[in-house]
Design a protein around this ligand. Structure first.
Ligand SMILES: [Zn+2]
Length: 189
């Protein structure tokens, strides 16, 4: 099976990003990605957000998604990615909150009472945060670039072994059937 290159964390001008969903989809298509998820902030969302997200751009699959804020836990952000039947939840950038490994596990356990957490983001704005890429956190680890502008696209990604189909991609991620890709060497340890 082929590896499908994708980014599960993208912002647009429907929250605090600079460009439209269609413009962001076009740049990732040009970068050779197979899929992206548009994940704007829930607390900044502008009207007509969901309708603005294209289904695809040529060969690029575009997932609808959202970045949820979970206020009980120091405003922890959770990526929610919608497939056809599948939904994927990601514990985002623990480095931004300077969480210890124990705190990450404790927060995931607490959040899991209201929504399942399937994987953990081990990048912070596209920079690899090695400390969280550990078996002590017993979930698959994803990389993303959390792009808000064109210049931020393509910094970190995942390569998923899957059929070219929405739910198959999300299931493969839940099963850990992917590897992470990084443009830069680790900077945050
Ligand atoms: Zn984000």
């Amino acid at each position: 099976m082929l590896y499908m290159k994708g980014n599960l964390h993208v912002h647009t001008n429907f929250s605090d990003g600079a460009h439209t969903p269609a413009e962001m989809a076009a740049i990732y298509r040009d970068l050779g990605y197979d899929f992206i998820a548009i994940t704007d902030h829930d607390y900044l969302l502008k009207p007509r957000y969901w309708e603005s997200i294209p289904e695809s751009n040529g060969d690029l699959i575009v997932f609808k998604g959202i970045e949820l804020e979970y206020p009980p836990l120091r405003y922890q952000h959770i990526g929610k990615i919608l497939g056809d039947e599948e939904t994927l939840y990601i514990f985002n950038h623990p480095h931004q909150y300077r969480l210890s490994i124990q705190e990450v596990n404790r927060q995931i356990n607490l959040i899991s009472r209201v929504m399942p957490i399937h994987c953990v983001e081990v990048t912070d704005k596209g920079i690899y945060t090695k400390i969280y890429d550990t078996p002590k956190i017993p979930l698959p680890k994803i990389a993303s670039d959390d792009a808000h502008t064109f210049e931020e696209c393509g910094r970190a990604w995942i390569e998923v072994q899957s059929r070219r189909e929405r739910d198959a991609i999300l299931r493969a991620i839940k099963q850990g059937n992917f590897r992470i890709g990084l443009k830069q060497r680790p900077a945050f340890i």
